[in-house]
Design a protein around this ligand. Structure first.
Ligand SMILES: C[S@@+](CC[C@H](N)C(=O)[O-])C[C@H]1O[C@@H](n2cnc3c(N)ncnc32)[C@H](O)[C@@H]1O
Length: 291
């Protein structure tokens, strides 16, 4: 019961700390969470999970005091951008960046994360309320470069299943969320492969190109290959960043495809019993948009 009252108290303090526009909850509905800094032990774990490198550009959406971006720059030499609605927090983050001597590698933008261009990011971190995390999913899938890593603190990007998740016990979290249990969710933005393609295979596998129709949803990728006479389902389609793999049983022969998707083309190697060779696919129509 003690933690319940503590949480009520904390929520009240955090809400009164929000700017006036936030408290009015006007028609904009863009206040994605109060300011609750991620405990340091979780900051470390989030950056480890994202596997930050020096060539990364880390965006923290709702960056608070800038701790994720500043730590990524200091520890991993990455570049970083924080987007934060509250000007006082942007100021605090800028002061922190100077103190940690990373001001030349990080930038804090005072603005609305829902209206700021984030396509430059190679890594995105977030600690926002669940319905706002979910609201970002279509944008992540439509706009972010394939291979962009996303780590979300506490809330999954429903309905997108995580590529990995990590649970940990963090005593300080009891004060924040009423439990010490914390979960981090890791995602890799998949290439946009939904749509219709013309698939060319080595001659021994198919004399003429096949038509490939791929349906890509956040939680599922599937498709059909057709030669105009017969249709066969793609098996076990996996898309990880730019990498794609699937199986196809065509004319009684099981073929395994491995390759890369890059915008309007896909290519790679196909292997079947006794045959191995290159495959290519060219987009025939517009990319699928509904996902
Ligand atoms: C839970 S805090 C997380 C702070 C920081 N990311 C961390 O993990 O320590 C959420 C932050 O998002 C900010 N925020 C909420 N809605 C926002 C929006 N639409 N645009 C930018 N920042 C927003 C809040 O002001 C708050 O600082």
């Amino acid at each position: 019961m003690r933690w319940f009252f503590r949480c009520i108290g904390l929520a009240w303090v955090l809400c009164t700390a929000l700017p006036a526009e936030a408290q009015e909850s006007g028609p904009k509905d863009n206040i994605a969470g109060p300011y609750v800094p991620t405990p340091w032990v979780i900051v470390d774990e989030m950056l480890k999970l994202a596997d930050i490198r020096a060539d990364d550009v880390v965006y923290d959406l709702g960056s608070g005091d800038g701790r994720l971006v500043i730590t990524a720059a200091k520890r991993y030499k990455a570049h970083g951008v924080g987007i934060e609605l509250q000007p006082e927090l942007v100021e605090l983050a800028n002061t922190g960046a100077k103190k940690e001597e990373v001001a030349d590698r990080v930038k804090f933008i005072q603005g609305d994360l829902f209206e700021t261009d984030i396509r430059e990011a190679t890594v995105v971190t977030l600690y926002l309320l669940p319905r706002f995390v979910t609201r970002l999913v279509p944008r992540f899938l439509a706009e972010m470069r394939p291979g962009t890593r996303i780590v979300s603190h506490d809330y999954p990007l429903v309905p997108w299943p995580p590529d990995k998740d990590v649970s940990m016990e963090v005593p300080e979290k009891e004060f924040i969320s009423g439990t010490t249990w914390t979960r981090l969710y890791y995602y890799v933005v998949p290439a946009r492969v939904g749509g219709v393609w013309e698939l060319s295979l080595p001659k021994p596998l198919a004399r003429a190109p096949l038509s490939l129709e791929v349906n890509q949803e956040p939680h599922f990728v599937g498709g059909l290959a057709s030669d105009g006479k017969s249709q066969d389902y793609l098996r076990d389609v996996k898309v990880n960043g730019e990498r794609i793999s699937f199986g196809l049983l065509y004319h009684g022969r099981m073929m395994a495809f491995e390759g890369r998707a890059a915008g309007e083309t896909m290519s790679g190697e196909v292997s079947a019993k006794g045959v191995k060779g290159p495959w290519t696919a060219r987009r025939k129509g517009p990319a699928q948009t509904s996902r």
